[in-house]
Design a protein around this ligand. Structure first.
Ligand code: UTP
Length: 237
């Protein structure tokens, strides 16, 4: 099975805890050892936001801020790569082509952001489509897609399953509301819809939960299932 994992910066490195990074690297290594071709796209998290906030205070323009953010995502990608043991030598990619070549070769690719104006949510969706991934997984700080912000609404309901079109419909209003943060952003949701990409959105804090979701399909987040598609056959093993 071919899988692209988007790992939020706030999940991988909310602080610089080596054990946490090693836990994520170990889980990815086990997934690769099970025979999956893996691409990992790492986000920038709070550190990226701090850099962007400081540079905005210095009067930097939005593209310059994005480039700072991309720099932090790549730093986090390098940090994750440092967590792999002897058995796995990942390709650290800075663009889609190198990541795609590595994944098609059966290597594990790790990358951060690519282009100003996007986030790593969308980068992961682009990479997943370009390598023909069977599965795209978002390991985020949220445990799925809700009908309202669960931090503000006690009665917010989590969706077990959505179609890609329903995902776009749910994410669009969240993207319009200032301050509200969607578990997957709108450009990524639209790419998922366009590609008809099988996707899982789950709390990525626990590396074991991410591993189980990839290898077995079992998780407590939200499944995004294109209409008329079957489960990845890999899960039947
Ligand atoms: P993230 O993907 O971490 O964005 O990239 P985010 O949505 O703020 O992160 P989470 O999900 O809350 O952790 C950090 C920043 O890097 C720039 C953007 O400015 C983004 O906000 N970036 C990232 C790009 O401009 N292009 C990319 O391809 C990736």
């Amino acid at each position: 099975m071919r899988v692209v994992l988007s790992l939020g910066g706030s999940v991988l490195a909310p602080d610089l805890d080596a054990d946490r990074v090693a836990g994520h690297a170990d889980a990815i290594e086990r997934v690769a050892r099970e025979g999956c071709d893996v691409g990992v796209v790492v986000g920038g998290g709070g550190v990226a936001r701090e850099y962007i906030g400081a540079a905005r205070g210095l009067g930097a323009n939005e593209v310059a801020l994005d480039r700072l953010g991309i720099g932090v995502t790549r730093l986090n990608a390098r940090l994750l790569a440092a967590g792999f043991g002897e058995g796995l030598d990942p390709t650290l990619a800075t663009g889609y082509d190198d990541a795609e070549t590595a994944i098609r070769r059966g290597d594990t690719a790790v990358m951060g952001g690519v282009t100003p104006g996007l986030t790593t949510d969308a980068v992961a969706a682009v990479l997943a489509e370009s390598v023909g991934a069977d599965l795209l997984v978002y390991g985020t700080g949220a445990d799925g897609v809700y009908d309202a912000d669960p931090a503000e609404h006690d009665d917010a309901r989590k969706f077990d399953t959505l179609t890609p079109t329903e995902l776009v419909e749910r994410i669009a209003p969240m993207s319009r509301d200032a301050g509200a943060s969607a578990p997957v952003d709108l450009p990524a949701a639209k790419l998922i819809e366009r590609a008809g990409m099988r996707t899982i959105v789950l709390d990525g804090t626990d590396p074991q939960a991410v591993e189980d979701a990839i290898l077995t399909g079992a998780h407590t987040g939200t499944d995004v299932v294109p209409e008329g598609t079957d489960e990845p056959s890999y899960w039947a093993h």
